[in-house]
Design a protein around this ligand. Sequence first.
Ligand SMILES: [Mg+2]
Length: 229
Amino acid sequence: MKHIKHIFFDLDDTLWDFEKNSGLILQQLFLEFDLTGKLKTDFNNFHTTYKKTNSLLWLQYAKKEIDKKYLRNHRFNLVFNQFDYDNYDENLIITDHYLNRAPNGKHLKEGCIDILEYLKQNYQLHIITNGFKEIQHIKIDGSGLRNYFSNIIISEEHNLTKPDEQIFRLAETLSGAKKEECIMIGDSFTSDVEGALNAGWEAIYFSLELDKTYTGRSISNLGELRSLF
Ligand SMILES: [Mg+2]
């Protein structure tokens, strides 16, 4: 990939281990608020339901069907409701705790720092992340990622969300790159892979499970990038 000069990474579950960091805090809150008693379920069931609900809300947010406030203020209660429990005020208190604690997580995906050290020698590295600015900056600083990246593009700061082609055009402008010099690496097929390919970039799909229907470039751990660059 000699023509590539700029490598753009997604943040959540590509570099920063969202699944682990978020899961640990949800587990604390589940215990502290006795959700097992209130929802009559175990943590794994709660966590699976939370993840599904959260993904659906993010899809609605990306389509501008709901705003940030709605997403935040209803997320936990929408999960509660699926277990026949309704408590809007408690939902707000848990939301506050979650938003204050989760971004401080420091777990990165396996091999993250090693591969960034390796890639930074020959490429300019950047981040494009869909997320809220105050949260993403805490994650990036707290986990020691900041200094590896020339540009950190957070969707909320530009009012553009992946896979919108405009966020990729903006990324080119900010980094002084031509589209044929750019590659995107991320774990979201729609936002990262399709988004980048539609913008005329190359893409690498970071997928823990082998997706046999996708014939493009993919990796199942960050270390595999060494053989590609
Ligand atoms: Mg991601």
